[in-house]
Design a protein around this ligand. Structure first.
Ligand SMILES: NC(=O)c1ccc[n+]([C@@H]2O[C@H](COP(=O)([O-])OP(=O)(O)OC[C@H]3O[C@@H](n4cnc5c(N)ncnc54)[C@H](OP(=O)(O)O)[C@@H]3O)[C@@H](O)[C@H]2O)c1
Length: 360
């Protein structure tokens, strides 16, 4: 048995500035598009060179605010802009598939905001279109590219944690019901599972592997979307994990991986750059606490990851990332099924309040 490490491994890609520069087009200049553009321009050599909105004035205002060269008054014009390498899809979740397919058809690589799509079926359609067109399509699951997750992956690969025995992750962002926001609107792909539940599910999938069984319960907002979910997941190796996502309660917001040799705890909120602590039963402990990319500034890492893969046309890496995105969507499908969440995507989630099912 190797001794408790004297130092933590370093992230494989510690600085998003070292990725090859791509020319980006932003599709849908809303809240997250602004934060993404700021993160890129502050922390990478990537450049947003064009923006597309359904409204020319909104595109122009975004371009002026962020120093973006070209503003297009439609998404069709944006994706046809010949000076683009990649399109960042930042529209509401209900629109991800149509907008990703639009950009892919124009021959652009795409980075699609999380969750990749509303359902696994939609996610498969994005992947199939990208592969047929020979472009790369990646979900903007920022957490998986951040330095603390890079350290965690190395700890898992090195055997420092041992065999994973259990994992848990939670996010709670108390949010009063407001039928006018995309969060609570079934037609826009609302609901807490799709909005923030995607992070804890992606996390436990990353550390404990494929998920075979889902048992979930939760509550719904007056609009019918899920607003509080708890799920127990059974992974392929029989390992169990627990995920929580809620707009109703404040929860710790951290994440934990318990291994046969050591445990890792991520501080809250774990989905952004957060402190990581490795400890063992003998009381040894060591911490990683990087703070250079707080909050949404960490989106610089997902963009850098895609830029590296585009540069060397690493389809295998994108396929592996896509496998994870689809596995997570299957689990989110089942969680919403268990909770009986309202859905405007044609899927009949029924009205069951609590049950178990396998993600299929
Ligand atoms: N990674 C993260 O940390 C993070 C954080 C928040 C949200 N997100 C994700 O980012 C996506 C967008 O969220 P957001 O908070 O940025 O939303 P938002 O502020 O409402 O912006 C979405 C933009 O999409 C465009 N759009 C296209 N079709 C639309 C429709 N039918 N209804 C409303 N807007 C439409 C609008 O731009 P135009 O009309 O001008 O074209 C709008 O500005 C969601 O999928 C969400 O899950 C990610």
């Amino acid at each position: 048995m190797s001794p408790f490490p004297r130092a933590l491994p370093t992230p494989e890609h510690p600085d998003p500035r070292d990725a090859p520069a791509l020319r980006w087009g932003v599709l849908g200049p809303g809240v997250i598009a602004a934060d993404f553009t700021t993160a890129l321009h502050r922390h990478t050599t990537q450049r947003v060179v064009a923006v597309g909105s359904r409204d020319a004035a909104r595109a122009a205002a975004f371009a002026a605010r962020h120093g973006v060269a070209r503003a297009h008054g439609s998404y069709e014009e944006l994706v046809a802009d010949p000076g683009l390498d990649v399109v960042y899809v930042a529209t509401p979740t209900s629109e991800h598939t149509a907008h990703a397919l639009l950009a892919i058809a124009a021959g652009r690589h795409v980075l699609v905001e999380k969750p990749l799509a509303r359902t696994a079926v939609e996610g498969v359609a994005i992947r199939a279109a990208a592969e047929a067109r020979g472009v790369l399509a990646l979900e903007a699951m920022k957490t998986l590219y951040l330095p603390h997750l890079q350290v965690l992956r190395r700890l898992l690969a090195d055997g420092a944690i041992g065999e994973v025995r259990s994992a848990a992750a939670a996010l709670g962002m108390p949010t009063p019901f407001d039928a006018r926001t995309r969060l609570f609107d079934p037609a826009l792909g609302g609901g807490v599972a799709l909005d923030i539940g995607v992070y804890p599910v992606a996390f436990v999938h990353a550390v404990a592997g494929d998920i075979e069984r889902v048992a979930a319960r939760g509550t719904r907002a007056p609009s019918g979307v899920d607003d509080d979910i708890d799920a127990e997941l059974t992974h392929a190796a029989g390992v169990r994990s627990r995920v929580t996502a809620t707009w109703r309660r404040a929860v710790d917001g951290g994440a934990i991986v318990q291994g046969s040799r050591a445990r890792v705890v991520l501080g809250a909120p774990f989905h952004n750059l957060a402190p990581l602590t490795l400890s063992d039963p003998a009381g040894s402990t060591i911490a990683f606490d990087e703070r250079r990319w707080p909050g949404r500034e960490g989106m610089a890492f997902e963009a850098a990851a895609l830029a590296r893969w585009v540069e060397i046309d690493d389809r295998a890496a994108v396929r592996t990332a896509g496998d994870a995105s689809l596995a997570v969507l299957r689990v989110l499908d089942r969680i919403r099924d268990c909770v009986g969440a309202a859905s405007a995507d044609g899927t009949d989630f029924g009205n069951r309040l609590s049950k178990s099912s396998s993600p299929g």
